[in-house]
Ligand binder design. Structure first.
Ligand code: FPP
Length: 241
């Protein structure tokens, strides 16, 4: 693919990706689903490096959803192991890397050792000034909204907050994404046109880009193509220009 022309002085601030199609990719090459997930993790590593070099600021990726626990036990264990391995590698490379890492989702349900690794990596990279890679693990948009609502209800019950003062900003700040700007662009690979419970609140005005490319085949030029199309769109945020 030829490198699509994009305006590097006006990149979308926050890009989110639903990395779909690992299983189909594996099938296409007569491999096990696990091999597809491993190739997917490699595709992510490569993309993060290149996005960081190109000056992108925030990338949120959907690594494991609250619904993915329904997959068979072996696949769940493999995905969790892969995420663990991936995070460990960033810990090992943290000294020579300027990528900042965080995770969103209900992390309490993860294995304590994985929770500890995520906490370590977040702490180790918190002052880095490169790309912020935000990994969604055991994440569901509805679950995130419910957890925020419960937290606010507790504050109300404790008399710490007046219900009338709960506005969009207060609510947003109680989501896992906290003070991060909403995604400008959400990309989904492998031809599906669904949001699948990803960033439901934050996606209110995001531009959506779907590509038939399967996630393990997704390269920086596919991202540039999505950005090129995004840069041609007119965003109105509900108003009229
Ligand atoms: C969808 O493919 C992908 C996932 C459920 C997991 C995404 C995970 C990765 C890209 C690798 C691991 C991530 C990290 C951060 C190390 P699918 O299995 O639904 O594919 P299919 O729809 O073709 O079956």
């Amino acid at each position: 693919m030829k490198k699509p022309q994009i305006d590097f002085s006006d990149l979308p601030r926050h890009i989110a990706i639903i990395m779909d199609g690992n299983g189909r990719w594996a099938k296409k090459y007569f491999m096990k689903r696990e091999a597809g997930h491993r190739a997917g993790a490699q595709a992510l590593r490569r993309l993060v490096e290149q996005m960081n070099e190109a000056g992108f600021k925030i990338l949120t990726v959907f690594a494991f959803s609250t619904e993915n626990w329904k997959r068979d036990e072996g696949e769940v264990a493999y995905l969790m192991g892969l995420i663990h391995e991936y995070i460990q590698q960033y810990i090992d490379d943290a000294h020579k890397n300027n990528v900042r890492m965080r995770a969103i989702g209900d992390l309490n349900a993860l294995e304590p050792s994985l929770q500890a690794k995520i906490a370590d990596l977040t702490e180790m990279t918190k002052d880095k000034d490169g790309l912020l890679l935000n990994i969604a693990i055991n994440y569901g948009g509805r679950d995130e909204i419910l957890r925020a609502a419960r937290a606010l209800a507790r504050h109300v019950a404790d008399g710490k907050i007046n219900p009338a003062s709960i506005d969009e900003l207060v609510f947003t700040n109680h989501l896992d994404t906290g003070k991060l700007p909403d995604p400008d662009l959400i990309i989904r690979t492998s031809g599906e046109m669904r949001l699948s419970n990803f960033l439901l609140w934050q996606a209110a005005y995001s531009e959506f880009h779907a590509t038939d490319t399967l996630w393990p085949d997704f390269k920086i030029n596919h991202l540039y193509e999505a950005v090129a199309q995004f840069q041609k769109r007119e965003r109105r945020f509900g108003g009229r220009l």
